[in-house]
Ligand binder design. Structure first.
Ligand SMILES: [Zn+2]
Length: 459
């Protein structure tokens, strides 16, 4: 894939996210065999030759972004159909998702991938939404992106159309999924166990899946919320808070990623920190769906305890976009407002979650997440020749507070340029857009899930 060497020369800033968090002005990066071989001042790398040299004078280079909770599949063709007050219409969501055909999922996945890579995401975790990974493999390969995949399983009744199997079958399916998918595409595909949630899975199933991923050196993710109602239900059912329950059955640890995590109490924060369990938070989803971040958000407490948090975008009908820069922005501003305290979630912490800490939360921190020699070459170059990047004194502030993914100029994954001066080359975008619009029309007709197109008269 990455037979060529690549040099980014005279970058205006390189935000390394290395252990010292160095920011290099007039920096250079040399990429060889898919890895970063050198990074430093342009003058120090003057002797470095490469097959291709990118002029970085107007670029800010950051490590590639991680999206730790991103349902790809059903939502793109019906993006924005739900009225605001139906912020989380899960019944419709799962009905739409289960109605998708293989061919439809391939195209909607392609659209998701285009949006992800063009906004600088180099790796995303799909929490078990994809029904036809075989059909989507070509799209993953063509886009060059890294993906953490799994099959959604449950073994308990749920109010939504979720895939449900007896526990032994759910475990067997997951085991064969891991065997089939883990490590494909030169390691860019990882396969994890993906039980939907503690409410829809028995303790036996969750424990068996945890044993499986421990053996296979893989990971496990599930939806995890606490808060008043979830805590009452959990105490009634298990005698524990939601997080204490997971700890009591051993479904915690560095290879467990809990998604959302709203409404944790102090003891739950302590449990997550003590067991070094990872967390994925979707700040835009939380705000847009009125989840009460001031009351229920614990990102500052988790950060203070050193918990590895990845940011997520959830889906095109939750946050409604797949732009981690906007998720960083929301993470950095929503807690300042919620706590009326400007020290909460600094811009630097938001950038760490999107890069270095996000990679660690997804179990990829040894190889990815920062710009250091020896790491895999996943880079995002932002174009500063745009109004929102001017004037430029503190590149972290410009990135988190002023920019969004639209200034992503060039993206490198595994040493391969997958977005080149704003262009990706793996799909014909206008044709794809028309196709996905058609799929959305067909899906709505087939499922009968229709909402008024607008509050305003549309003719
Ligand atoms: Zn989810």
């Amino acid at each position: 894939m990455a037979e060529q060497s690549l040099k980014i020369d005279h970058a205006r800033y390189v935000l390394t996210l290395d252990p010292r968090r160095r920011i290099i002005q007039d920096g250079a990066i040399l990429v060889e065999n898919g890895r970063i071989s050198r990074v430093g001042k342009a003058a120090e790398l003057q002797d470095a030759r490469a097959d291709r040299v990118i002029d970085g004078r107007h670029l800010v280079i950051v490590p590639g972004f991680f999206n730790g909770h991103m349902h790809i599949s059903y939502a793109h063709p019906v993006r924005g159909v739900f009225p605001d007050e139906q912020a989380s219409p899960l019944v419709h969501v799962f009905n739409l998702q289960s109605a998708m055909t293989e061919e439809e999922e391939y195209h909607t996945t392609l659209l998701g991938l285009v949006e992800l890579v063009r906004n600088g995401t180099v790796c995303f975790l799909d929490p078990g939404s994809t029904k036809f990974p075989d059909a989507c493999l070509q799209a993953y390969e063509d886009s060059g992106i890294r993906v953490i995949l799994g099959e959604c399983v449950t073994d308990q009744a749920a109010p939504w159309a979720l895939p449900r199997y007896p526990a032994p079958e759910a475990v067997a399916r997951t085991a064969s999924f891991l065997a089939k998918w883990h490590g494909r595409l030169d390691g860019r595909i990882r396969a994890w166990a993906m039980p939907f949630s503690p409410e829809t899975c028995s303790a036996e199933l969750l424990q068996a899946l945890k044993r499986l991923v421990d053996e296979r050196r893989s990971g496990l993710t599930l939806h995890h919320n606490s808060g008043v109602k979830a805590r009452q239900d959990s105490v009634a059912r298990h005698g524990y808070s939601p997080t204490a329950y997971l700890e009591s059955i051993g479904v915690v640890g560095p290879n467990v990623l809990l998604a959302h995590c709203l409404g944790l109490d102090e003891a739950e924060v302590d449990s997550i920190a003590r067991t070094r369990t990872a967390v994925a938070m979707c700040p835009v989803t939380a705000a847009k769906s009125g989840r009460g971040v001031p009351e229920h958000g614990r990102m500052p407490e988790l950060l203070a305890r050193g918990v590895k948090i990845a940011l997520g975008c959830d889906s095109p009908n939750n946050s409604n976009h797949l732009d981690i820069v906007r998720a960083m922005n929301m993470a950095a501003i929503q807690y300042k407002d919620a706590r009326q305290d400007l020290r909460q979630v600094p811009a630097e912490a938001a950038l760490e979650m999107a890069t270095r800490h996000g990679a660690e939360a997804l179990g990829l921190g040894d190889e990815l997440g920062s710009i250091e020699s020896g790491k895999k070459a996943d880079l995002v170059c932002f174009d500063t020749l745009r109004p929102e990047w001017q004037a430029l004194w503190n590149p972290v502030n410009n990135l988190v507070y002023s920019a969004d993914g639209r200034s992503v100029h060039t993206v490198v994954i595994d040493g391969r340029v997958v977005v080149d001066a704003y262009r990706q080359t793996f799909v014909d975008e206008p044709r794809l857009y028309a196709r996905v619009q058609e799929i959305g029309e067909r899906l709505q007709v087939r499922t009968g899930i229709r909402f008024p197109r607008s509050r305003w008269p549309m003719s």
